[in-house]
Ligand binder design. Structure first.
Ligand code: AVJ
Length: 310
């Protein structure tokens, strides 16, 4: 992980447009800051999705066959999962997939305790890589769960790749629930990624803190500004760190030159319409069977099924 982080930082800071994957936001501090973002009045996605899932859980449950297995991609603390499990006691097994061993074991133990009848089969690994489901689930109907608009962090190509891999992993007797944020007015979007209390700015700058600590960097946090912009062409929110001056920074044994005004691109967060999401899903062999969209600020949950079973 450290070698991968160092390699990605060196490659990203050597590129013509400096960039780094948003997956590196989530060290312990970054995960806490994200939770704090979710409590700001401007950041609507998490609370909107949770309310929507609460509202539609019974309908989702009614569509699931008895004895189904719930497979969650990037399960984290499994909080939203409980909304589904509470509404669907006929789910027999739960396969949380996560790269954090700690988070996975903690969540698996908690769910096993909360749902004694549920078979919990944690799968440690990168859900964007090729994985195999536990043999015990082979004959069970599968329902995938990918909430949180995490799909928005992928490029469209990566999103299609992920959806294809999920299609492969889950087989033909499957459906996939995906939570995705919806395109809306620019002011609402920009505010959500640039809250007045500055929590998102701290979250963004934590990337530099992490590079300093883990890769011997010397980024001066006061020499960068947080910037959130709507990229209309690509239908995505972008986060950048903007250099306030010409400066040299050391990290991972290299020296990197920043010009005044130069940006370090740290995140894309794609937003969708029902049409753009359906197009994406279709490229990966899924069709939208049902969709639910909240009141404004809109957030969507899509239920996908393999194309040929329609
Ligand atoms: C956790 C990826 C859904 O893209 O909205 C929050 C992360 N970035 N504020 C998102 C995030 C800035 C978030 N996701």
């Amino acid at each position: 992980m450290d070698a991968e982080f160092a390699g990605d930082v060196v490659a990203g800071l050597s590129a013509k447009k400096k960039n780094l994957s948003p997956k590196y936001f989530y060290d312990a501090t970054g995960s806490e800051l994200f939770e704090e973002i979710c409590l700001t009045p401007e950041y609507y996605p998490t609370r909107t999705e949770t309310a929507l899932l609460q509202h539609i859980a019974a309908e989702i449950a009614a569509d699931l066959p008895a004895g189904a297995v719930l497979v969650e991609f990037g399960s984290g603390a499994s909080d939203k999962t409980r909304l589904i499990l509470d509404a669907a006691p006929h789910i027999a097994s739960y396969v949380p997939i996560d790269i954090s061993k700690d988070a996975l074991e903690k969540a698996a133990a908690k769910l096993a305790q909360l749902y004694p009848a549920l078979q919990v089969l944690p799968l440690l690994g990168d859900f964007t890589a090729t994985l195999a489901l536990p043999a015990a689930t082979q004959t069970q109907a599968k329902v995938g769960f990918f909430p949180g608009s995490t799909i928005g962090n992928f490029t469209p190509e990566q999103a299609v790749q992920f959806l294809r891999a999920a299609r492969q992993l889950m087989g033909d007797k499957a459906s996939l629930l995906v939570g995705a944020d919806v395109v809306k007015d620019e002011a609402t979007l920009v505010a959500a990624y640039d809250d007045a209390a500055g929590v998102t700015a701290r979250f963004n700058k934590n990337m530099l803190v992490r590079i300093n600590r883990e890769l011997g960097g010397n980024f001066d946090l006061d020499m960068f500004d947080h910037k959130a912009i709507w990229n209309n062409e690509h239908q995505r929110m972008e986060m950048h760190l903007v250099s306030k001056a010409d400066q040299l920074v050391n990290a991972a044994g290299h020296t990197f030159a920043f010009m005044a005004g130069e940006t370090f691109h740290t995140e894309n967060s794609h937003k969708f319409t029902p049409e753009s999401f359906a197009r994406l899903a279709a490229q990966a062999g899924w069709s939208v069977r049902k969709q639910w969209i909240s009141e404004v600020p809109q957030f969507a949950v899509f239920s996908l099924v393999p194309e040929q079973t329609r």
